[in-house]
Design a protein around this ligand. Structure first.
Ligand SMILES: Nc1nc2c(ncn2[C@@H]2O[C@H](COP(=O)(O)OP(=O)(O)OP(=O)(O)O)[C@@H](O)[C@H]2O)c(=O)[nH]1
Ligand SMILES: [Mg+2]
Length: 395
């Protein structure tokens, strides 16, 4: 799951609604969202159907003219304000939500037209870098509070690292991440009981970076002053995508109503049914085309979602099939499933993901492109079409 996070009034719900087409309250004041919104968005990948010249029949995903849409879960969180970790604003509600997040898209108002608490202010009068910094600080303080409360207890037993792991369980944090954060914080040789507070803090900060990576969506790029905000964020060396959630929402609604042929993964659109547009709507679409799509190369919403999975989480998409000739499953469906898996996943791992018995009886895999046999240790590559040969038949 990817969480959409940030201060109030930055455009999180607009981003969420544009990505999922779920209607949620959106308004120009803080704390419009109180309870988180959950929904399904899609990451996009080039579907192998074109390359293989086949007509596919997707089951767990969608193929739209050669673009494969793979469902992913998004959560639109309540706004976060300074000192949320102490319970200020809707603090705990926000932080509880990101427990389950594998990564976060931080929606920042790059135009600086809302203050740190989300109240409207003159464009350019608030520094978006403050927003960038405070969010990680809040999360770090929240994590610190969680472990510090029980630090003594964690250190008491013989296996402090396992105690720490169980303290952090439920936060989508893996043991390997903990070990990596310890070693990268230079604490590998030190007993947990000897860690000073600033060392605990340093460790948690690194752990957050590893286990809950953040992508910045510099939103409201249609407003004056946003470009300066974007440049400032870029200068920090952070991963950032210019974004206009409002434009994406307008475009997706126009396509839903058959007025345009917009697709989130394309950078332009045509008006199909101009007769149904008012002058104002037509002007708005022209503005979006000129001021957002041509200017920034897209609205940034689809790009941010893809980047969260492909870049932050190093995910890849693979297509398991049973019959390598027909590229079909046992029911004859061509390229039925697209699996979104972590980079480093092996052919054997994939077999287990499909079915335990398929994994247990794993003999070898076949690469549908080359016909080559692949061992269980073969690390899958993005776009692989793979058939698994197993001693145990699927029931
Ligand atoms: N100009 C401009 N306005 C935007 C954009 N995205 C969102 N907005 C506006 O920003 C305001 C806040 O949007 P929301 O999506 O409700 O913001 P939020 O971050 O969910 O706010 P909370 O739920 O209060 O935390 C609304 O008036 C939106 O129309 C954008 O890309 N450009
Ligand atoms: Mg909201």
């Amino acid at each position: 799951m990817v969480g959409i996070v940030g201060k109030p009034n930055a455009g999180k719900s607009t981003f969420f609604s544009a990505a999922t087409l779920i209607q949620v309250p959106i308004a120009n004041y803080p704390f419009t969202t109180i309870k988180p919104n959950r929904g399904i968005a899609y990451i996009t990948a080039e579907c192998p159907c074109k390359e293989f010249g086949v007509k596919d029949d997707p089951a767990n995903s969608i193929c739209d003219e050669g673009t494969r849409l793979i469902p992913v879960e998004l959560v639109d969180c309540a706004g976060l304000v300074p000192d949320a970790w102490k319970g200020r604003g809707l603090g705990n509600r926000f932080l509880d939500e990101i427990r389950k997040a594998d990564a976060m898209i931080h929606v920042v108002d790059a135009s600086g037209s809302t203050d740190l608490e989300g109240r409207p202010c003159p464009p350019g009068s608030h520094d978006p870098l403050e927003d960038v910094d405070f969010l990680t600080r809040e999360i770090d303080m929240w994590l610190f509070q969680i472990v510090k409360r029980d630090w003594r207890e964690i250190c008491k037993g013989g296996d402090a690292r396992s105690a720490l792991e169980s303290k952090l369980s439920g936060l989508s944090i893996r043991r390997a991440d903990i070990e990596r954060a310890i070693s990268e914080s230079g604490l590998g040789q030190k007993k947990l009981a000897e860690w000073a507070d600033d060392e605990i803090m340093g460790f948690l900060s690194r752990l957050r970076e590893i286990s809950k990576p953040i992508l910045i969506a510099a939103n409201k790029m249609d407003l004056p002053g946003a470009e300066r905000g974007l440049e400032a964020i870029k200068r920090r060396g952070l991963k950032v995508i210019p974004c206009c959630a409002e434009a994406e929402l307008a475009l997706r609604r126009s396509a839903q109503r058959g007025i345009t042929n917009y697709k989130p993964w394309r950078r332009s659109f045509e008006i199909l049914d101009g007769a149904r547009l008012s002058d104002e709507q037509r002007r708005a679409l022209t503005m979006i085309m000129e001021g957002v799509l041509k200017r920034w190369g897209g609205t940034g919403v689809q790009e941010a979602i893809n980047s969260a999975f492909f870049d932050l989480l190093s995910a890849i998409v693979v297509y398991p099939v049973e019959d390598v000739e027909k590229l079909s499953d046992h029911r004859g469906r061509v390229l039925p499933d697209a699996y979104l898996v972590r980079g480093g996943t092996t052919a054997r791992d994939l077999a287990y993901m499909i079915h335990t018995e398929l994994g247990r009886g794993f003999l070898y895999a076949i690469d549908a492109r080359t016909g080559r046999r692949l061992s269980g240790e073969y690390q899958l590559r993005n776009g692989d079409v793979i058939s698994i040969v197993s001693a145990e038949k699927r029931r």
